[in-house]
Design a protein around this ligand. Sequence first.
Ligand SMILES: Cc1cc2nc3c(=O)[nH]c(=O)nc-3n(C[C@H](O)[C@H](O)[C@H](O)COP(=O)(O)OP(=O)(O)OC[C@H]3O[C@@H](n4cnc5c(N)ncnc54)[C@H](O)[C@@H]3O)c2cc1C
Length: 478
Amino acid sequence: MAASQAIAEFIKALGKEKVLTDREDLLCYSYDATPDVPGALPEAVVMPENTAEVAQVIKIAGRYRVPVYPRGAGTNLSGGTVPVRGGIVLSLLKMNKILEIDADNLIAVVQPGVVNQALNDALAPYGVFYPPDPGSAATATMGGNVAECSGGLRGLKYGVTKDYVQGLEVVLADGTVVRLGGKTVKNVAGYDLVKLFVGSEGTLGIITEITVRLLPVPESRCSMLAVFADLEAAGNAVSDIIRHKVIPATLEILDKVTIRTVEDYLHIGLPVEAEAILLVETDGIKEVVEKEKEVLRRVLEKHGALVRIAAGEQERDQLWAGRRAALPALARVKPTTVLEDATVPRSQVTRMLAAIREIGQKYNVLIGNFGHAGDGNLHPTILTDARNEEEMERVHRAVEEIFKKALELGGTLSGEHGIGLAKKRFLPWQVGPEGLALMKKIKRALDPLNILNPGKFVDSADLDENGEKREGEGETGR
Ligand SMILES: Cc1cc2nc3c(=O)[nH]c(=O)nc-3n(C[C@H](O)[C@H](O)[C@H](O)COP(=O)(O)OP(=O)(O)OC[C@H]3O[C@@H](n4cnc5c(N)ncnc54)[C@H](O)[C@@H]3O)c2cc1C
């Protein structure tokens, strides 16, 4: 009832064309890219075009206590946009303008619905770029990138989203619009609230404008493929490269299962007999790139790799297309793809690789492993079938053990995909009851009615509809 009254008000405020209520439309917004997380139907999808409309929507939603699930492209891998408590999906896709490119100050200002790759395409003529480049850059939005604090293939040298967000405009849970941070590189006026919203997964406010830092495009780059007959040797090479004081722009690993699957999908001549490959790219000033190329070659060969330097842009692009195809290729093998994101300190990559292989054998599940090895960020991907209950039970036990191992090695549950719904029940393992209690306090302070992305990692189901405390219930993820 409350929702239908709210929907009538959304239509009155924004117009019928910006409020979807047909069942076929709602179905499209009932799930995201996360496998193994059940979908849930929203009651409406609301598509504002500007900040004022977002604020109007949030005020109406608050008045009727209607849950609001912000959504960009829906490519997240933690169930972040699934409307588990009904209410509305707030699509930011219509807010897709690049508002400013200030190449002199190395700054761009964008709306949240701008696609990551579209920003970089627009920046290219200025000789500058926005470094964070998730594998989903061709579809994922800047709003989603900020809300997940996305990483990507260039994280090792260039860092992740939080390192580039300087300013935000945010619509708070009561409809107030705040502007945080700004264009200056230095800014220490009060709490660093920009950082609070980066990675907040839509639970604290709606991001309506983003100011990001840019970098000049490096003048030269060199990509190489290192082929290993042994998985551990590849892991050891990763740590050794850093030990030699070379920080490549990109240092990615693909294991045997992934190599074969990608080759089967793209036919680009990957070495299918190899146990692992590393894809490495160094960039910067020409002379430095030349020097680093030789150091990298030497270190990789020391660990038994056969090294092939990409002859030109075409070969380079092919290698990186292969890497970007890892997840889509693995997803073709079986009906269900359970992709994880456990991350360890770089020096522990070899141990983590070995542990994942052993866990796969122990639970008799097929795991393809790839990821940003240079960041210690691996993506063990379990290929399975959600209809097979007995196998899914083994899959879930394997996932738990992978997380336990990552934490034991000093790592984290998530390097870049966030907690959302999928890893909600594991979060206390990492942050402890005190850490979780602090997160809930922040959530309650900013969203006392619990209308923003409710049911996710900061579960305020223990607040009743008046914002009073009551015993928790809520979803537990898988
Ligand atoms: C093939 C593939 C490869 C990927 N590779 C990578 C990778 O290399 N690195 C990486 O980090 N991730 C990767 N991802 C995960 C995903 O693409 C990122 O998390 C991405 O940032 C999500 O963007 P999106 O626009 O799809 O956001 P969505 O999935 O729509 O939303 C993500 C979260 O952000 C919230 N949100 C969205 N917009 C807003 C807003 N304006 N205000 C407040 N909250 C908002 C949502 O509620 C949700 O919690 C990959 C995914 C796929 C499918």
